[in-house]
Design a protein around this ligand. Structure first.
Ligand code: ZN
Length: 374
């Protein structure tokens, strides 16, 4: 732990030192604090730049991606000469240039249920700069179990939101806002929907500001409040958000007891579908079912989807409940899993493989492909 600022640091941070509620004591607080940034993309870029410039002593950065030309329209940490190279190498080089007095800790990995708690444990605040729901849920759960504030941000085309989730200080968690993870493909990602390049600059900067306030202990923490920005109509709104007593994580009767629940396990597979996964086509499935079928066909969609249309003989076990049925599933029988389009069933197959099942296959294309054939 540092006891004082060097003359170079005093000069660098002089505009902070002039503010009475920060001063040298506040700057020392920043120097002795730490922030973990999950993602160094659109939101992570401005957040990382400002947090490093402000003098946060130790900044952890988690990202396994490589810089792509399509990133540069909004991910201002990265530049032309880094295309094709790891984002973390680019981020560290840029942030060192911004402020050599801060310690940068790169984690060139995806943030997964297997490493999340260990990586996050030594940081004061978690900043969510992720671009997908599994990582966002995982970040929320990790922050909850470690009792650390999570600074949240999300963007979509011309609109963004930012806020702080810290149930241990009061207020809701992210799952109170969004109880169930949207099914893969049901909500367009940034990649599919687009985003105006300045927007993450604004939302990521709000995240950096809330992080500095938390570390400095100044102002009020916006617990139970989200700031929503609408760029097209130039408006900021405050959305009130209450803790949900039935929240599966922070509610009165929690059902989630660690980060390795099935939804967050998907963070490993969601954006990197495993091409080596055992699978069969719907045509092959039809042939099997028309013969002397001895296997087990499982539908992992939700009950309302199953009620609308189903494949005869399929047993309904919604993905979220699969882990409760492990004991009933035979390990010596071929198991075929389908959903709507093959994403959720792919996660189910990976999960069962992890659990020691060997005779399990994904039905490629799901019931959509099945219906398209008839
Ligand atoms: Zn909650």
């Amino acid at each position: 732990m540092s006891e004082s600022l060097s003359p170079a640091e005093r000069l660098r941070y002089s505009r902070h030192l002039l503010i009475p509620s920060i001063g040298e004591a506040g700057q020392m607080r920043l120097k002795n604090s730490s922030v973990l940034l999950i993602g160094t993309g659109a939101l992570g870029s401005p957040a990382a730049l400002y947090l490093a410039a402000a003098g946060v002593g130790r900044i952890g950065l988690v990202d396994a991606d490589v810089v792509d030309a399509t990133n540069l329209q909004r991910q201002i940490l990265h530049g032309e000469s880094w295309i094709g190279k790891p984002k973390l190498e680019s981020a560290v080089a840029r942030l060192r240039e911004v402020n050599p007095h801060v310690e940068l800790v790169p984690y060139t990995t995806r943030f997964t249920p297997a490493n999340a708690m260990e990586i996050a444990a030594s940081y004061d605040v978690l900043v969510d700069g992720s671009d997908n729901f599994p990582t966002r849920f995982l970040t929320n759960d990790t922050a909850f179990f470690l009792r650390k504030p999570l600074v949240y941000g999300a963007i979509h085309r011309f609109e963004g939101q930012a806020g702080v989730f810290a149930p241990h200080l009061g207020g809701p968690c992210y799952r109170c806002l969004l109880p169930e993870m949207p099914a893969p493909g049901s909500v367009p990602s940034c990649q599919e929907a687009g985003v105006l390049g300045v927007l993450p600059g604004i939302i990521g900067s709000i995240q950096a500001m809330e992080t500095l306030k938390l570390l400095l202990g100044i102002g009020t923490v916006p617990l139970g409040k989200l700031t929503a920005y609408d760029a097209l109509h130039s408006s900021f709104r405050t959305i009130k958000l209450n803790r949900d007593p039935s929240c599966r994580l922070c509610g009165d009767s929690p059902q989630i007891h660690d980060v390795s629940n099935l939804e967050t396990l998907a963070s490993i597979t969601c954006s990197t579908p495993n091409s080596a996964m055992p699978s069969i086509t719907t045509t092959e499935l039809r042939t099997l079912l028309s013969g002397n079928f001895q296997g087990l066909l499982i539908d992992v969609r939700e009950p309302h989807e199953h009620a609308m249309c189903s494949i005869e003989g399929a047993r309904l076990i919604p993905l979220g409940t699969l882990k409760n049925h492990l004991a009933e599933l035979p390990k010596d029988t071929e198991i075929y899993i389908h959903c709507k389009s093959g994403m959720r069933s792919g996660r189910a197959v990976e999960f069962l493989l992890d659990q020691g099942f060997t005779r399990v296959s994904n039905v490629t294309g799901g019931i959509d492909a099945w219906l398209a054939e008839t």
